[in-house]
Design a protein. Structure first.
Length: 157
């Protein structure tokens, strides 16, 4: 899961305009920092163009979507409707929280949801992961000698 954050401690940025994304891998009782994305601030030029590093048209959301590949959710202080659609199409749940919300609190919330449920996006993400996981290999062939008659009871150790 990812967080739009300038300080790596709180969710304090708009998703599309965020200059930093912090990515954690979360399991029950544990969260591991697995990625830090920094992005160049894009300036608004009009309806369809944004200035990037080279001064050419630049899709500020596309680079973030590429960075978030494999994430199940992104928390931000605000997310525009176009970005919400694009995140959902990429299989990433957009979540808007109050600016200044502590990332550690959100990590704890997800950790508990992994154990007890209660967050629908976590349940959906878990189901997607389970559906895409390779099937378990068949068990090793095991042979058991079974009883064929009551007389076999006398022979049992």
């Amino acid at each position: 899961m990812a967080f739009a954050s300038s300080d790596r401690v709180t969710v304090d940025q708009h998703f599309g305009g965020s200059e930093g994304l912090v990515v954690y891998d979360v399991a029950p009782g544990q969260a591991d920092l697995v990625g830090l994305g920094t992005f160049i601030k894009a300036e608004w030029l009009g309806e369809s163009a944004r200035v990037g590093l080279t001064g050419t048209e630049h899709d500020k959301v596309l680079v973030k979507l590429d960075f978030l590949e494999g994430c199940h959710a992104v928390y931000a202080a605000s997310i525009g409707t176009s970005s919400i659609r694009r995140l959902m199409m990429a299989g990433i749940q957009p979540i808007i929280v109050d600016s200044g919300h502590a990332i550690i609190d959100l990590l704890n919330e997800v950790s508990l949801a992994l154990v007890y449920g209660g967050l629908s996006w976590v349940d959906k993400a878990r189901a997607r992961v389970m559906a895409s996981a390779p099937p378990l290999p068949p068990p090793a062939t095991t042979s058991h000698r079974l009883m064929a008659s009551l007389d076999d009871l006398e022979d049992a150790p």
